[in-house]
Design a protein around this ligand. Structure first.
Ligand code: MG
Length: 183
């Protein structure tokens, strides 16, 4: 690959991997005041590890309370890559929010449909998730506001999912993404 092509590909990857906000905390730290300070009107939330631990089917009382508070300031959707429609449907039903499963992020197709449904300017909708190469990349590809959060529950460092997450972080940093929390 010619050097200039390589550099421009690397730079655009860095841009795609750079969240607008590195929260450094779980999603529950996003207060209505903080959300309003970002100037956003809608939020698309990833599900697994962002709002519910992967092995858990039920939504916590804390999460339900958080949803009740933030839905007063933003409209909400869940967009998951999980192929279990049943799991995501049950979580969405318990929180009373619309959802999409099998989204195949970082593909833009399903998320584009959600943005159309939301009827909001894309830059006023945040993509919120725990994974850089799926949640943050798709949000940045579409020109959304991107918020990178910590997993809702600390994962076993030896689990394959956590190893993948740590590898993604390392790779994104090698490509120049700034991932230290600004809070
Ligand atoms: Mg996730």
């Amino acid at each position: 690959m010619p050097l200039l092509t390589y550099i421009s590909a690397t730079m655009s990857l860095k841009t795609l991997l750079q969240p607008d906000v590195v929260l450094g905390q779980t999603v529950l730290a996003l207060t209505p005041e903080r959300i309003q300070s970002y100037g956003i009107k809608g939020m698309v939330l990833d599900v697994d590890e962002t709002i519910v631990p992967f092995r858990q089917a039920d939504t916590s009382a804390d999460l339900k309370q958080w949803f009740a508070e933030i839905r007063t300031v933003v409209s909400l959707w869940l967009v998951s890559n999980n192929t279990s429609e049943r799991r995501i449907q049950a979580i969405a039903a318990s929180l009373d929010v619309p959802y999409v499963a099998r989204a195949a992020k970082p593909s833009r197709r399903k998320l584009r449909q959600v943005l159309t449904e939301m009827e909001l300017p894309t830059h006023q909708v945040a993509m919120v998730g725990d994974r850089l190469f799926t949640d943050i990349v798709v949000g940045n590809r579409l020109g959304m506001f991107t918020i990178w959060v910590e997993p809702i529950e600390a994962m076993d460092r030896r689990s394959p999912k956590e190893l993948l997450r740590i590898t993604e972080i390392w790779l994104a940093q090698q490509l120049g993404a700034a991932l230290c929390s600004s809070q």
